[in-house]
Design a protein around this ligand. Structure first.
Ligand SMILES: Nc1ncnc2c1ncn2[C@@H]1O[C@H](COP(=O)(O)OP(=O)(O)OP(=O)(O)O)[C@@H](O)[C@H]1O
Ligand SMILES: [Mg+2]
Length: 604
């Protein structure tokens, strides 16, 4: 712009100046012509310069504008690239954090669901898996979801969730409930939820809920089994204590009855005039009664071992017999009980646990048969050895059988078809755990309207190592024909037991009976020696175990001659002691004949 203006100014100035100069000095025609040519030349030159400068200026301006456009385009492109990289980084970070979250949720084995209150549930795949919801099947609302919750837990869970939606509440819920999958199996769920609130038109409202669920069925089953073991352990301890208290008086009661029986028979032989028939009858009844008490206590002891997990060689038959005795009351009004015992090898197991398996199977069989028609129903307990040399126990009943859909689930913890209060659904899952823990298997076969059989197969116990005295107490049978007279020391804090033992053994041996282990110790320390020392295990002041330890250093051959009298209540210390020492032992209540035989064998 300024170039044409400047040109105009310069050209006008020049023309004015030249005209002024010409007007001031009258020149010749040639001078004027030369002057005009010069003026024209100058004018053309000035015009060319102006045009050239203008052109250059325009070109430069265009170049500048182009460069400016290019530069701003580069800036824009750089910004776009920066934005794109930023977005990529953000997307990458989001993906990574989502991946981390998904991995953490997977590690926690959690199922997740989201919902707008009372709207359809968005469920994670694990959530669907836990509840057994098919892929793609919509859950249209909370009430639809609640249909999956066990009817007994439904109301409680509904209340827990509804409370969390209350704006004045804590906005969370926590609950444990059972769900029933479409296939009928029951799972225990631990659920936690969180509610998000927002102001909607000035009113605080729940706008979103999220829930996390865990399948805790196995944990629950474990807890319940532990609780049941605890309960059994306390019942067992109680039973063991009661057994101990009963066994002491029972020991001398039986011994006294045996003695009276013998005396009466002798009296009747010596004085035939004496009418002893009624007396003997009464004595026989008393002995039979005492014998039954003895068996009840023995059966109780099968289930009350303090050494819960210790595995020893176990003969199946006595364990089955004890279990039958415990549940016979359940069986006798429903079915005939048939026992079909074939030979089985001993198994390596814990007697009490094995007893629990038999008991559960027998109770199930009994509960499957309604009371009343005893002649039409049968529960058959049989044992045999299979082709692989394993011990097999079968409990077969003539009950209604188990439908196929139920059969699939009978070993599942908490699966029961019995009403609340009758069954917890743990019996068979406990059996399964115990049997598989012993390396065995438990199988069920059932036919509707015909009955059910549960078969337990257990590996045979390995044969005892050479020189192993076996695990059973050494109740020996003497092979001697003659009866050598020995010196027997009896130590028991219960004077009546001392008297009973003395009565049983005195006809054959010299018997010294003491009620204190301390006194026994001091007599042996003074040099007295005995062929057999019958010693109670649990006594005040000095126990049989302490006497054994003291004699082991004082007179080891006397310690070896100790026979340990046990009342059935084994403290852990007593159990450990009995496992460690090889001494013979006698369980109270003892019977006179076996005791005499044992002492004879040791004196010989
Ligand atoms: N002999 C049987 N005949 C028919 N059904 C049986 C038999 N044994 C088990 N069942 C079925 O298997 C289910 C599970 O048995 P399980 O022993 O585990 O639990 P329960 O007997 O119901 O309860 P619990 O043993 O805890 O008292 C029973 O509820 C019953 O439906
Ligand atoms: Mg049961």
């Amino acid at each position: 712009m300024w170039i044409p203006v400047a040109y105009g100014v310069v050209a006008s100035g020049w023309i004015a100046l030249s005209d002024t100069l010409l007007a001031g000095a009258a020149r010749s025609v040639q001078e004027q012509a030369a002057w005009s040519i010069l003026k024209g030349f100058c004018f053309v030159a000035a015009t060319s310069v102006a045009l050239h400068a203008g052109l250059r200026w325009t070109l430069a301006r265009e170049r500048g504008a182009r460069r400016l456009a290019e530069a701003s385009e580069a800036v824009l492109r750089a910004k776009e690239e920066r934005d794109l990289a930023e977005r990529k980084r953000a997307a990458e970070a989001l993906r990574e954090s989502e991946e981390k979250l998904a991995l953490a949720i997977e590690a926690a084995d959690m199922g997740i669901c989201h919902a707008v209150p009372f709207g359809p549930l968005e469920c994670s795949p694990r959530f669907r898996e836990i509840f057994g919801i098919a892929d793609g099947l919509p859950i249209n609302g909370f009430e639809t979801f609640l249909r999956l919750v066990h009817p007994d837990d439904r109301d409680r869970h509904r209340s827990a969730v509804l409370r969390s939606l209350d704006p004045s509440g804590e906005a969370t819920y926590e609950d444990q409930y059972r769900c029933v999958r479409p296939d009928g199996s029951v799972r225990w769920i631990s659920a936690r939820g969180k509610v998000r609130f927002a102001d909607v038109n000035g009113v605080r409202q729940a706008v979103r809920t999220a829930g996390a669920v865990l399948d805790i069925t196995e944990r629950k089953a474990m807890q319940a089994q532990l609780m049941q073991s605890d309960r059994l352990a306390s019942v067992g301890m109680l039973a063991a204590g009661v057994a101990h208290e009963i066994n002491n008086p029972l020991a001398y009661l039986i011994a006294a009855l045996d003695f009276l029986d013998g005396e009466c028979k002798e009296l009747a032989q010596k004085s035939p005039g004496v009418s002893s028939a009624e007396l003997l009858e009464a004595l026989a009844a008393a002995r039979e009664g005492a014998g039954r008490v003895k068996h009840v206590v023995r059966d109780l002891k099968t289930f009350s071992r303090a050494d819960e997990e210790r595995r020893v060689q176990v003969e199946l038959r006595p364990v089955i017999e004890s279990s039958i005795n415990m549940v016979f009351n359940e069986i006798k009004y429903r079915a005939r009980l048939v026992k079909d015992y074939g030979k089985t090898p001993p198994v390596l197991a814990n007697e009490a646990r094995l007893g629990q398996v038999c008991l559960n199977l027998l109770v199930n069989a009994a509960q499957a048969i309604p009371e009343g028609r005893i002649d039409e129903n049968e529960i058959r307990v049989s044992t045999k050895t299979d082709d692989l040399g394993r011990a097999v126990v079968e409990v077969r009943d003539s009950g209604p059988g188990i439908p196929p859909d139920v059969l699939k689930q009978v070993f599942d913890p908490f699966f029961t078809t019995k009403p609340t209060g009758v069954g917890t659904g743990l019996g068979l899952s406990i059996c399964h755990n115990i049997v598989t823990g012993l390396g065995g298997e438990i199988i069920v076969e059932s036919q509707l309207d015909e009955g059910t059989v549960f078969r337990v197969v257990l590996p045979a116990a390995p044969p005892p190592a050479e020189g192993d005295a076996g695990t059973e107490p050494a109740l020996m049978t003497p092979s001697v024909a003659h009866r050598p007279r020995g010196r027997v020391l009896v130590v028991d804090d219960e004077p009546a037991i001392c008297a009973a033992l003395k009565r049983v053994l005195a006809p054959e041996h010299e018997v010294v009976a003491l009620t204190s282990a301390l006194e026994a110790h001091s007599r042996i320390a003074r040099g007295e020696r005995f062929d057999v020392i019958l010693c109670d295990l649990m006594m005040p002041k000095m126990t049989g175990m302490e006497l054994h330890a003291a004699l082991t250093s004082l007179a080891p051959e006397q310690a070896a001659r100790m026979v340990l009298l046990t009342g059935g209540a084994f403290t852990p210390v007593a159990s450990e002691f009995l496992n460690r020492v090889p001494n013979a032992r006698v369980e109270k209540p003892f019977d006179a004949a076996s005791l005499r035989a044992l002492v004879r064998g040791l004196v010989a």
